[in-house]
Write a protein that binds this ligand. Structure first.
Ligand code: KIV
Ligand code: ZN
Length: 388
């Protein structure tokens, strides 16, 4: 039977940390509502102690979210936990997300302490958070570069004191998929009590591997993925929500599902790009403007014969407007005729050939030929009744 993978969205926390992406309370609420409608399981609404405005936004999201769990981030510090608990209190379902760095780099050169002290602080933070909420997620920051044996010790101890979810972040985006997948497998096999919790993959994209690492984690037993819309986040970003969801959906050989309403992916991508002032790269998987655009003659001919020749996703399923046939100097006669047909003109073979030769000259000059250019070409070189 297929297993549900929980989607933990951190667009409003890890995504919002990006310079220039900060949102005011109203916009945060708009994005949170869209995420709730999209069907995410958890909304990480912010880092309440970071500023009064963030506290306020998290509180409003907690008050207004209908379905998702609302989560607030903290460090392993009592004051952080007090403030987060207050902010998420109005939520129908609330979660505190607390944690500490566990890699030797973080232990020795960031926290400047010892492994034993980190272990104690981790346990104390989870115990403290449990005073406020049942649902406590623990993150082992830089778990990607943490020694597996020490990581397993920390994870086992925080589970003993009631952590309900264990987040394994590849904070610096260092891991390879095999490496990250094996880390999850190691925890599944070596931590007493691990079956009681969700293991969560929180991957960064410094080497372009965030999505691959998240999927490797799922294949090795992770049941929650942390991600952001459009993959926004610190530095090169986080795992992209739309990629993980569509990989799970498109691969029937993966025995998993999510509750995401994929029809809304394009719309929410546009919303986040617009609100956060962070345009989506044209070639971004699933939601980029070129994700379903075909411009070379060979591909266009294939798509016009059967969309599946060059597309593995029907664009309509993710709410995109459809496949597009883009006219450039690499386009062929089939594509040109298709687009001319779309503007309401029927050409015979000779006429098409005549227009095609002039089209190539124009396309070399202006790069992208649009409907207005086409109308003009046809009017100039073929006698028709077209309005030019
Ligand atoms: O990347 C990371 O380690 C984080 C934690 C705070 C969860 O964002
Ligand atoms: Zn992160």
């Amino acid at each position: 039977m297929a297993e549900k993978i929980k989607i933990f969205d951190t667009t409003l926390r890890d995504g919002e940390q990006v310079p220039g992406c900060q949102l005011n309370k109203e916009d945060k609420l708009i994005v949170a509502k869209a995420l709730d409608n999209l069907g995410v399981d958890i909304i990480e609404a912010g880092f309440p102690i970071s500023s009064p405005a963030d506290f306020d936004s998290v509180k409003s999201i907690a008050e207004q979210t209908q379905h998702a769990i609302v989560c607030g981030l903290t460090r392993a510090i009592e004051k952080d936990i007090d403030v987060a608990a207050e902010a998420i209190k109005p939520a129908k379902r609330a979660r505190i997300h607390t944690g500490i760095g566990t890699s030797d780099l973080h232990v020795f050169s960031k926290l400047r302490t010892t492994r034993e002290d980190v272990l104690e602080r981790a346990v104390a933070a989870v115990k403290y958070a449990k005073k406020y909420v049942e649902d406590v997620e623990f993150y082992a920051e830089d778990a990607g570069r943490t020694d597996n044996e020490f990581l397993a010790r920390v994870v086992e101890e925080v589970i003993k004191v009631g952590a309900t979810v264990i987040n394994i972040p590849d904070t610096t985006g260092y891991c390879l998929p095999s490496h990250f997948g094996n880390k999850i497998k190691y925890l599944k096999e070596n931590v007493t009590g691990v079956h009681k919790v969700d293991l969560s993959a929180h991957c960064h994209n410094d080497l372009g591997l965030a999505t691959a690492n998240a999927i490797a984690a799922v294949q090795n037993g992770a049941t929650q993925v942390e991600c952001t819309i459009n993959g926004i986040g610190e530095r090169a970003g986080n795992t992209s929500l739309e990629e993980v969801v569509m990989i799970i959906r498109q691969h029937e050989d993966l025995p998993y599902f999510t509750d995401i309403n994929v029809q809304m992916l394009t719309e929410i991508s546009h919303l986040v790009a617009h609100k956060m002032n962070m345009p989506v790269q044209a070639n971004k998987a699933i939601v980029g403007s070129n994700a379903f655009a075909h411009s070379s003659g060979i591909h266009q001919d294939g798509v016009l014969k059967n969309r599946e020749n060059y597309e593995i996703i029907d664009p309509l399923t993710v709410g995109a407007s459809g496949s597009s046939i883009v006219l450039t100097a690499r386009s062929g006669r089939h594509a040109l005729n298709y687009r001319i047909d779309k503007i309401g003109v029927k050409l015979n073979k000779e006429q098409l050939e005549e227009v095609y030769q002039h089209f190539l000259v124009l396309a070399d000059e202006i790069s992208l030929v649009n409907d207005e250019d086409l109308k003009k070409l046809v009017a100039d070189y073929v006698v028709t009744n077209i309005d030019s």
